[in-house]
Design a protein around this ligand. Structure first.
Ligand SMILES: Nc1nc2c(ncn2[C@@H]2O[C@H](COP(=O)(O)OP(=O)(O)OP(=O)(O)O)[C@@H](O)[C@H]2O)c(=O)[nH]1
Ligand SMILES: [Mg+2]
Length: 322
C-alpha cells in the first residue's frame, strides 16, 4: 500500500545544560564548566523511492538526539545528532502547528523541519574581572517541536485517467518499462504507477467511477497525484455504449476534487478500438466530435495507434521545455 498522506510529530533535541566546575588542580584557580552541546535538528531529504513515507506508517513520533551536558575541564558537551528523514520527491510538508507548507521537489533537497535547542553556557563563559569564580550557568534550550502532515503529490508530466478497465495500465506498460498490473476487471490498479517515457514521467491512476468523490470505488484521493501533471490522457473504452457520458462522469469527479484539474490540457483516447469494426469506432469518434470532444482511437495491439500516442508525447516533451 502506497502511503501518501500521513501525520507525524517531530521533536528536535534539547540543548545540553552548561556545567559549573572549578579547576581542581592546585595553584590554578578559575571556572572550567563547559557549555552543553546543541540539540539535533530534524531535516527532510528528497529521495526517488515513492514508498519512503511507509516508514511513518507505525512510527509517527520522531525525535532527534539531545545535546550532551557540558563537562568539567572545559570539555563541551557533544552536539546531538541530526535526524534526516528521507521522503519521496513530490512530498508537501504541511506544518499543522503554524499553517505553513513546503515542498520537496528534487532528489537530495533538504528541508529543516525543526531546529535543535542551543546548548547552555558553562560557568567558564561567565567569568569576568569582577567575578572570577562564577557559579552561574545556562540551561540548554528545548528543541522545536511540531505536528506535520506529509502529503505525497507525485511529480509526473502526464496523468492517465478514466473509468476502470479502459486500458490505462496497458498503455503505460506498452510505452514504458512499467509493470502495472493488467486484468479484465475493474480496479485492477489500486495505487498510482509511474513509467518513464524519455524525459516524461507518466502516471497511471486507479480507475474512477461515478460517485468516487462521495467515496465510491477507490474514491478520489489518488487525484492528488495528477494535481501537478501538465497534461491528462483521458481514456474512454470503445466498448462503451455512451462514450460521451463516460467522459462526463470522469470530468464531474475531477471537478469535485479540484476545479483546476478541469483546466489542464487533455488528450482523449477511445481505447481498445480493435474490439470494434472501424465503422463503429468512427461513429463513436464522430459523436464525441459533435459534442466538442476530439478523440483519437487507440489500441495497444496496433502499432500505428501507439505511434500516434508517441507523437503526442513528443509534443508534450517539446512543451515541457518551452
Ligand atoms: N483488445 C484490447 N484489450 C485491451 C486493450 N487495452 C487494454 N485491454 C484489456 O483491457 C483490460 C483492462 O486493461 P487495464 O490496462 O488493466 O485497464 P485499466 O484502465 O488500467 O483498469 P483499472 O486499473 O481497473 O482502472 C485488460 O484485460 C487488458 O488486456 C486494447 O487496446 N485492446
Ligand atoms: Mg490499471
Amino acid at each position: 500500500m502506497l502511503i501518501d498522506d500521513v501525520k507525524i510529530k517531530v521533536k528536535a533535541g534539547r540543548g545540553g545544560d552548561g556545567a559549573v566546575a572549578f579547576n581542581s588542580a592546585m595553584m590554578v584557580l578559575g571556572p572550567t564548566g563547559a557549555s552543553g552541546g546543541n540539540g539535533g535538528s530534524i531535516y527532510f531529504e528528497g529521495v526517488s523511492d515513492l514508498g519512503a513515507l511507509g516508514q511513518f506508517r507505525y512510527k509517527k513520533e520522531l525525535a532527534a538526539q539531545n545535546g550532551e551536558k557540558g563537562k568539567h575541564q572545559l570539555n563541551d558537551g557533544a552536539n546531538g545528532d541530526d535526524l534526516i528523514l528521507k521522503v519521496p520527491i513530490g512530498t508537501v510538508v504541511h506544518n499543522l502547528s503554524i499553517a505553513k507548507d513546503d515542498e520537496i521537489i528534487f532528489i537530495g533537497q533538504r528541508l529543516l523541519a525543526v531546529k535543535g535547542g542551543r546548548g547552555g553556557k558553562g560557568n567558564f563563559k561567565f567569568r569576568s574581572s569582577v567575578n572570577t569564580s562564577p557559579t552561574e550557568f545556562q540551561e540548554g534550550l528545548p528543541g522545536e517541536e511540531c505536528e506535520l502532515r506529509l502529503e505525497l503529490k507525485l511529480i509526473a508530466d502526464v496523468g492517465f485517467i478514466g473509468l476502470p478497465n479502459v486500458g490505462k495500465s496497458s498503455l503505460l506498460n506498452q510505452l514504458t518499462n512499467a509493470k502495472s498490473k493488467v486484468a479484465n476487471y475493474s480496479f485492477t490498479t489500486l495505487e498510482p504507477n509511474l513509467g518513464v517515457y524519455y524525459e516524461l514521467i507518466l502516471a497511471d491512476i486507479p480507475g474512477l467511477i461515478e460517485g468516487a468523490s462521495g467515496g465510491k470505488g477507490l474514491g478520489i484521493k489518488f487525484l492528488r497525484h495528477i494535481e501537478r501533471t501538465k497534461t491528462l490522457f483521458h481514456f474512454i473504452s470503445a466498448e462503451s455504449a455512451d462514450p460521451e457520458k463516460d467522459y462526463q462522469i470522469i470530468r464531474n469527479e475531477l471537478g469535485a476534487y479540484n476545479k483546476e484539474l478541469l483546466n489542464k490540457p487533455e488528450c482523449i483516447f477511445l481505447s481498445k478500438a480493435d474490439l470494434l469494426d472501424k465503422d463503429e469506432v468512427d461513429k463513436k469518434l464522430d459523436k464525441l466530435k459533435a459534442a466538442g470532444k476530439e478523440a483519437t482511437a487507440i489500441s495497444v495491439i496496433d502499432d500505428v495507434s501507439i505511434s500516434c500516442v508517441e507523437e503526442i508525447l513528443r509534443e508534450v516533451i517539446k512543451q515541457k521545455y518551452m
